[in-house]
Ligand binder design. Structure first.
Ligand code: AHR
Length: 558
């Protein structure tokens, strides 16, 4: 990794258009100062024009009852030889505490619309076994609890897990195969005060006298598909019915509507059009509209087939790397596009976006535990993709209220991999640890100027941006996260703060000389972030962002 370099104060003053004691930049043109260094790029953070508060919930997670996510990943059982806290994997809890995980979505995904929450409460040995939604996709050799849900991990265990890791629970209700009454009763089970209802007594008899206080409720999942195959209009009618007169018990309830996938503008439009047909007040029953976006098609336009279009998680070339970056970049246009459509019906934008499933999705073959459905091994490429995605959310604090990476452990873009007593943090997990510092900060506009990545995409010249990221401020602490997508070139970058000066700071960078690098049970720390202090001799910061990297500069303002 190239050492960060700083221009000396005297040199800076000679080259700066301001030349005064404090480090301020002129407005036009933004990068007028001729740099005496070899810097080829520049980042300018604008202190005076905050965009809004970055919701900590943008850093949320998703754990579905799918293959190895719950059983083996989170739940190992109380009698397991794997160190556990009442059945919950201890090492996972310890790691999640480090990343300040704000919110966790459960039990699905598609599983949610097949799940009866009543199966997962009461004495563990009396709970029924049920066919898991995903059973027919599972291989014959996968464990029985992946085919048939033993219901050992239910609402109580999920809430206990949330408490252990300091997360808010986000429960997804079944709209496809349970009546609205079952939804109200789940709310009653979770939130009714001790001693008030029979369900509160049932909760207390399991050791949970105090209400769980669950605020976030998903009303179905992908209701255009596995969640009921509804039209947008049909689903809007169901949404109004499921959310009408749900008992509050003094707990604010935030309902999240099943939203579009990708560029499903028609779903967003059709749903909201039907919602407001009964009057604009109906919008107030919606906290967020869920957007799902998976980056899966690496075929460079050759096919739209769900299986054919996928790439390999571990075996990829430079073109595949850049193709994933291009797919990741689509997120920003989806946020802007759906926000614009939402504005057609919701002029005040009271409904926010909740991106409750996102991440790359590869073809099978890279499972850390062979046979685990939808499990893939994240590499440095996925870390760069994840940094880019989190930066995108940070840049839209007024639009994105929550986001949930799919999925937490033993699945798609997982932060952790585990099997029996093996465990490792993936490069994606490290990115979440680095970016946690943004939570609750004021997002700041940040201008990136860097040479584009230029490459040959199947005989046609293609380009991709050279540096991007996001910045946030809390008191005097500025956090700047930056992605360099170039596979082989570092970006020597001058970092300027408009409206303030820099005093001290550290730089943390996640990279590796091999773009395929990943962590595994045998080599847990191959890809891990390195932190170093920045030496502030002068006032202009030059930092070299290594190729294929995610970096965080934690800077204290003077
Ligand atoms: O995350 C895996 C699946 O992807 C979820 O169950 C579903 O909502 C989505 O299609």
């Amino acid at each position: 990794m190239t050492e960060p370099a700083l221009i000396g104060r005297r040199k800076f003053i000679r080259s700066s258009v301001m030349g005064a004691g404090c480090f301020l930049f002129s407005r036009t043109p933004p990068f007028a100062a001729a740099s005496p260094t070899a810097a080829d790029s520049r980042i300018e953070v604008l202190l005076g024009e905050p965009l809004g508060t970055i919701s900590p919930n943008i850093y949320g997670h998703f754990a579905e009852n799918l293959s190895g996510v719950i059983y083996d990943g989170i739940w190992v059982g109380e009698n397991s030889k794997v160190p556990n806290l009442n059945g919950i994997r201890k090492e996972l809890v310890e790691e999640m505490r480090k990343i300040k995980a704000p919110v966790l979505r459960y039990p699905g995904g598609c599983f949610a619309d097949s799940y009866d929450w009543r199966d997962g409460i009461g004495p563990a040995d009396k709970r029924p076994r049920r066919t898991n939604f995903w059973a027919q996709e599972e291989s014959a050799s996968s464990p029985a609890n992946h085919h048939y849900d033993p219901n050992q991990f239910g609402t109580n265990e999920f809430i206990r897990f949330c408490k252990l890791i300091g997360s808010q629970p986000y429960l997804a209700a079944n709209v496809r195969s349970l009546p609205a009454e079952a939804f109200y009763q789940w709310v009653e089970y979770c939130n009714s005060p001790a001693g008030s209802t029979t369900l509160a007594d049932t909760r207390a008899s399991a050791g949970y006298a105090d209400p769980f206080g669950v605020r976030f409720w998903g009303v179905g999942n992908e209701s255009w598909g596995c969640g009921g195959n509804f039209t947008a209009q049909e689903y809007a009618v169901e949404f109004r019915r499921y959310t009408a007169w749900v008992p509050r018990y003094g707990q604010e309830l935030s309902f999240i509507a099943s939203g579009p996938s990708d560029e499903g503008w028609d779903w967003t439009r059709g749903f909201l059009e039907e919602i407001v047909r009964k009057g604009p007040r109906e919008l107030h029953s919606i906290y967020g509209l869920a957007l799902h976006y998976y980056a899966w098609n690496l075929s460079r336009g050759r096919t739209k087939d769900w299986n054919e279009g996928k790439g390999d998680a571990l075996k990829f070339d430079l073109l595949d790397w850049y193709e994933l970056m291009r797919q990741g970049d689509v997120m920003e246009s989806l946020i802007n596009g759906h926000w614009q459509v939402m504005g057609e019906f919701d002029k005040d934008h009271s409904v926010k976006l909740v991106v409750d499933e996102w991440g790359p999705w590869y073809r099978p073959g890279s499972e850390a535990t062979p046979g685990d459905l939808l499990e893939q091994t994240p590499t440095l490429r996925d870390a760069v993709f994840s940094g880019m995605t989190l930066d995108t959310f940070n840049r839209h604090p007024e639009k994105v209220a929550m986001a949930n990476c799919a999925q937490l452990i033993n699945c798609l873009n997982s932060l952790y991999l585990a099997h029996e007593d093996n465990f490792c943090v993936t490069p994606v997990g490290h990115v979440f640890a680095m970016y946690a510092a943004h939570q609750g900060g004021q997002a700041l506009p940040t201008i990136f100027s860097a040479p584009s990545v230029n490459y040959d995409r199947d005989g046609k010249p293609a380009s991709f941006w050279g540096l991007k990221g996001s910045a946030s401020l809390r008191d005097k602490e500025l956090v700047l996260t930056v992605v360099n997508p170039h596979v082989s070139e570092a970006r020597e970058t001058e970092v300027g703060i408009r409206g303030g000066s820099l005093k001290s700071g550290t730089a943390t960078t996640l990279t590796h000389s091999d773009i395929h690098a990943h962590n595994s049970f045998a080599d847990r720390d191959l890809v891990s972030p390195k932190t170093r202090a920045l030496d502030f001799k002068g006032r202009t910061l030059i930092y070299s962002f290594p190729p294929a990297s995610v970096s965080k500069l934690a800077l204290t303002l003077g």
